[in-house]
Design a protein around this ligand. Structure first.
Ligand code: SF4
Ligand code: SF4
Length: 136
């Protein structure tokens, strides 16, 4: 499946519009909401993973969002983890809200699930060894 991870920012007036519903129903897209911050009467932010077997269909959905007055930024960044140098101290897990970084309670080893990462960047400063880095 072709996917795009995007940050969408929408003005307060659009908060009640069923935009993700339209993406699913009208464009046949699979939507995974990775992060949402929607406060009444304020600008809202969502990080979405948008997927379909056709990348063209994904792009059409993104163009639809833009046509509705939504700002869409494609997230090409990722977090890299230098596993070999990790000392499994767990400091990064304290700041990782989606639990992409987690310590196994049996082995006390860190694991990193890239698919849960919303690329907030908090772990990059939390790691005392600086081995979690944003890549572009
Ligand atoms: S950037 Fe780091 S802290 Fe943020 S979600 Fe990804 S792994 Fe977790
Ligand atoms: S903070 Fe750094 S050294 Fe500690 S577990 Fe996380 S990645 Fe490993």
């Amino acid at each position: 499946m072709a996917t795009r991870r995007v940050l969408i920012t929408f003005p307060a007036g659009l908060a009640g519009k069923p935009l993700t519903y339209s993406l699913v129903k009208e464009f046949d897209l699979v939507i995974n909401i990775l992060f949402a911050r929607i406060t009444p009467n304020e600008e809202g932010k969502l990080i979405l993973e948008i997927g379909n077997s056709s990348l063209e269909q994904v792009e059409q959905g993104i163009n639809f969002l833009r046509s509705q007055g939504v700002q869409v930024e494609t997230l090409a960044r990722a977090i890299s983890w230098n596993e070999k140098e990790c000392i499994h101290c767990g400091a990064c897990t304290a700041v990782c809200r989606p639990k992409a970084l987690a310590l196994d309670l049996d082995s006390w080893e860190l694991s990193f699930d890239q698919s849960k990462c919303i690329i907030c960047g908090l772990c990059t400063t939390a790691c005392p060894l600086g081995i979690l880095k944003e890549t572009f």
